[in-house]
Design a protein around this ligand. Sequence first.
Ligand SMILES: NC(=O)c1ccc[n+]([C@@H]2O[C@H](COP(=O)([O-])OP(=O)(O)OC[C@H]3O[C@@H](n4cnc5c(N)ncnc54)[C@H](O)[C@@H]3O)[C@@H](O)[C@H]2O)c1
Length: 314
Amino acid sequence: MARVVCIGVGTVGCGWATVFARAGHEVVLYDADPAMIASRALPRIDATLEQLAHEMPTGETTETIRARIQVADTLAEAVAGAEVIQESVREDLDIKRALFAEIGASAPADCRLFSSTSALPGSQFLSDIPNPGRAMVGHPVNPPSHIPLVELCATPLTTPETVEYAHAFYDKAGMEPITVEKEIDGFILNRLQYTLVAEAMHLVGEGYCSAADIDRVMTSGLALRWASIGPFMTAHLNAHEGFVGFVAQLEGMMKKMGADARTDYDWGPDLVSRIHDEMARIRPVEDIAAAQAWRDRRILATRRLQAGETPTDA
Ligand SMILES: NC(=O)c1ccc[n+]([C@@H]2O[C@H](COP(=O)([O-])OP(=O)(O)OC[C@H]3O[C@@H](n4cnc5c(N)ncnc54)[C@H](O)[C@@H]3O)[C@@H](O)[C@H]2O)c1
């Protein structure tokens, strides 16, 4: 098993640490704010492992997995002997550039370098490092401990061996990698997500419905299908003749909705406050941590249903 280093141990880094430790790797944590690792990251990792106690890999316990996670005090100590580095620091191009310059200089030359960036094409910060062929984006969905998708996007300099290694590495860790064939801001998931959110802001902003009802349209409507089949298969199954039949019947409507969607909607602070207040009436801000744990249990329950098992602790 490999020595896998998680650099940046906030929301996403904590999730990655549990994924890699559960996969049997020796995990090293490093963060620019070392005090935070003890006060926030390790308790969070412990809580996640506890929540996953019903989903333990064969022969493992929470304790055996937790024992694989160590903390490094310096970046140099963290990256020494690393086989894989998963970077999850703030989404800031200058910070990622400076960090990868440092990593590139101190990590072993053959160490694979993966970035969790949500939207930045890797070539903007992974090209000017020694041996850039070993680096690419491995973008997870939060929390990666519960949601398996990881979007793999090479830079023009990434070698085919690194791409192949990344697929096998994430796959063996229980993730489901997909390939983003060409660099694009936001990769696939966030382009879809924020296009939908932009139109949702437009619909709420212009008074077509409440923010809570937008959420209900997803949880009681679209997402029930989309948890099992995506939008293309939904369309394919909605017409006797399959996808071509669906498009033949509804092409005009599909194109009109696309053209009418206000993805450039210029929401202002009043709309943001209004939506915040509506959400906070349902989930007060002080309850967010508890609500995140509830959300994660729901995700696990959905995954069990997807796998054909009965949920036990939803
Ligand atoms: N939160 C999400 O939903 C989500 C989902 C997928 C991908 N991502 C991406 O993952 C990355 C991390 O996001 P997050 O939400 O975990 O952020 P976060 O703010 O929760 O955590 C970032 C951590 O990085 C540390 N850090 C900052 N600069 C550093 C440096 N130079 N060296 C070491 N540590 C440093 C911070 O102290 C902090 O603990 C971002 O690129 C983000 O876009 C986030």
